[in-house]
Write a protein that binds this ligand. Structure first.
Ligand SMILES: Nc1ncnc2c1ncn2[C@@H]1O[C@H](COP(=O)(O)OP(=O)(O)OP(=O)(O)O)[C@@H](O)[C@H]1O
Ligand SMILES: [Mg+2]
Length: 443
């Protein structure tokens, strides 16, 4: 399908030079890729100002041209104010095609009968209103403004066509925002450079990330635009916007977290240091408990100085839900010990299942592959004592662990790769291991 849409609305195959072009992707390789892409789920994301919104609007013209009255689209944004901006841009393009806009329904009707509705979804529960609807195209603008993917998944269920139109989901987004982490985990982490099709393990549906860069956009003064952006946000945010860099931990609670700086080799915690425990109820993981020590005076360890007043988390404990693994199946060069404090779980240990209940104590020698999976009917709490560094863990492939979604698909020593397709809930396993000494003993 071509990429140039003529003002006659007659389709991209017409190329009369005297006709006004309503919209064209020509000159923008990312928009061209979007128009040519037939994958079910597309994330058109990255740097700001690359032409993502225009790309969505142009993609709809192409879809409408092909499927006419059977093309039914829904374009969503988080808030009404944001939506108005997109509607305004759609007026500039679609009016040239002779399409009619109905203000009350916020709906464009093309001359061939294709319909595109605009709506906003301020609350996640608003997604329920669309139950039972059928769309052939679902567009979500700035998907990172959705803190959780739950409403998006609900809406995806509306993609179906009784006329056999191939349906598709198209979303745009920039780094940052409340949904940064889940968007990154779903679309960026599996193939950070993009343009590689990923197959969803559960549904078998395909998705792809098409990166959009501001330098792709010849319709704006790129240098002036970059200058304006620099004045509009924090240094990290602006550089993420300019480069489409999703690796920044924007909006995360610890946006300064850096494993190289914040993880230290185990050391003996001096007896006089004050210690305390913290406890946090979670939604995806039932709870998390942390054991902490407060550095009394500047303290040298592992060639570094921990400043006075710095907190050292030397032990942690995460609850598990029945059927869910606590982390990815792994091994490490140091030993660990596990004590089941309550509930039931399964320890997959060197490729074998070991059912455990309260007060079972297991010693895991160095190098033994293992993972815990919650069992029984309620949460399970396991006290895990050990020490290891972030860069010392190996994640092998294991069929038994895969049964519980605990195995990686490709062996790796890189935790970021191991957790790239980890479940998309907000909860993640602890940034194991956190610093401290198991030898110091708990108090
Ligand atoms: N193919 C095109 N034809 C005409 N104008 C375009 C085209 N692509 C982008 N533009 C213009 O470039 C500007 C930036 O594009 P757009 O708003 O689509 O970028 P964006 O990636 O959505 O930006 P943001 O990240 O801020 O949402 C807009 O004024 C838009 O109309
Ligand atoms: Mg936009």
């Amino acid at each position: 399908m071509g990429e140039e849409i003529l003002a006659t609305g007659a389709g991209a195959e017409q190329h009369a030079v005297d006709q006004q072009v309503a919209w064209s992707a020509r000159g923008n390789p990312a928009q061209m890729a979007l128009l040519e892409c037939s994958v079910f789920e597309v994330f058109f994301g990255g740097a700001r100002g690359g032409g993502k919104t225009d790309g969505m609007l142009g993609e709809w013209i192409q879809h409408a041209d092909i499927y006419g009255e059977h093309a039914i689209g829904l374009m969503l944004r988080r808030t009404r104010t944001e939506l108005i901006e997109t509607i305004e841009r759609s007026r500039a393009i679609y009016s040239l095609l002779g399409w009619k806009y109905n203000e009350t329904d916020k709906m464009w009707r093309a001359t061939n009968g294709a319909r595109l509705r605009f709506a906003y979804l301020e609350r996640d529960a608003d997604a329920d209103q669309y139950q039972g609807h059928s769309y052939t195209r679902l567009y979500v603008e700035e998907i990172g403004t959705f803190p959780s993917p739950a409403p998006i998944f609900k809406l995806m269920a509306t993609l179906r066509s009784s006329a056999g139109v191939p349906v598709g989901f198209r979303a745009t987004g920039n780094p940052g925002g409340p949904g940064h982490q889940w968007v990154k985990a779903r679309y960026i982490d599996p193939a950070p450079l993009g343009n590689r099709i990923i197959r969803d393990e559960q549904t078998g549906l395909k998705r792809v990330f098409i990166p959009s860069k501001v330098d792709n956009n010849r319709h704006i003064d790129v240098e002036a635009y970059k200058q304006n952006l620099r004045a509009s946000g924090s240094k990290e945010l602006v550089s993420a916007w300019l480069d489409g860099d999703w690796s920044v931990t924007l909006g995360a609670f610890f946006d300064c977290w850096d494993s190289k700086r914040h993880v230290v080799r185990p050391f003996e915690v001096p007896a006089e240091w004050m210690r305390f425990r913290s406890m946090d109820w979670g939604s995806a993981s039932p709870f998390s408990v942390g054991w902490w020590a407060v550095v009394q005076d500047d303290f040298e360890t592992d060639g570094r100085v921990l400043p006075r007043g710095c907190l050292v988390r030397y032990r942690e404990w995460y609850g598990m839900k029945p059927g869910q693994p606590n982390c990815r199946y792994h091994s490490q060069p140091v030993q660990e010990d596990f004590l089941v404090l309550f509930g039931e779980c399964i320890l997959i240990h060197d490729g074998e299942e070991l059912p455990l209940c309260q007060w079972d104590l297991v010693h895991c020698p160095p190098g033994v592959e293992h993972v815990f999976v919650g069992a029984g009917t309620g949460p399970c709490g396991v006290l895990m004592i050990g020490s290891r560094r972030h860069d010392e863990v190996h994640y092998p492939v294991n069929e038994l662990a895969a049964k519980y979604d605990a195995s990686v698909k490709v062996p790796t020593d890189d935790p970021a790769e191991a957790y790239a397709d980890w479940r998309t809930e907000e909860w993640r396993p602890a940034a194991n291991p956190l610093p401290g000494s198991s030898a110091a003993g708990g108090r």
